[in-house]
Design a protein. Structure first.
Length: 178
């Protein structure tokens, strides 16, 4: 089923049909997750894990940059950590927005509305950290000073309604996974 979904990932109608068939067969399709997804649909225990390449707005270079960074960093802890270490030239703001909308960051704690509200700040912070690394500088809170970075605070905004969540999934995946 994972191979079939990967092969047909460019055709939303066929993916929807095969996902319905998987459901009928008792095979759950897990939603996208920034820390566990591969490029393609993969088997993850007794379920099929959604492939990052199947998310609309997430290109091949972005997926490769995400997977490379994840191998180096082990796992992303939040949106700011993601933006700090991923190559923001390959993974731009609209790509991150698509990943938030489809739920790929849901397992990291903050809800989608809070992550969308924090996105511009996270991208700015990530670009600044990349510039500092490139120039060999450490931030005021860097490890060289013996301090850990301050805890990330997401804006206090209302979570999206179920209708908004589903619309965002439909927009980025072509169907609903919630």
């Amino acid at each position: 089923m994972a191979a079939l979904l990967t092969f047909e990932s460019g055709d939303t109608t066929k993916v929807t049909q095969y996902m319905s068939e998987a459901s009928r067969m008792g095979i759950p399709i897990a939603p996208p997750d920034i820390n566990t997804c591969a490029s393609d649909f993969t088997v993850d225990g007794d379920q099929v894990r959604f492939g990052l390449s199947a998310v609309k707005g997430v290109g091949e270079k972005a997926v490769e940059a995400i997977l490379t960074t994840r191998r180096e960093e082990d796992a992303f802890t939040d949106l700011f950590h993601f933006c700090e270490f991923v190559n923001l030239h390959a993974v731009n703001r609209s790509t991150i927005e698509a990943l938030i909308k489809c739920g790929a960051f849901d397992a990291l704690g903050a809800h989608r509305a809070a992550m969308m509200a924090a996105l511009d700040g996270a991208v700015r912070s990530g670009a600044s950290a990349a510039d500092d690394r490139k120039s060999g500088q450490m931030s005021m809170f860097g490890e060289a000073m013996g301090h850990e970075a301050p805890a990330v605070q997401f804006p206090d905004v209302e979570p999206w309604s179920e209708t908004q969540l589903l619309a965002a999934e439909k927009d980025t995946l072509g169907f609903y996974v919630s």
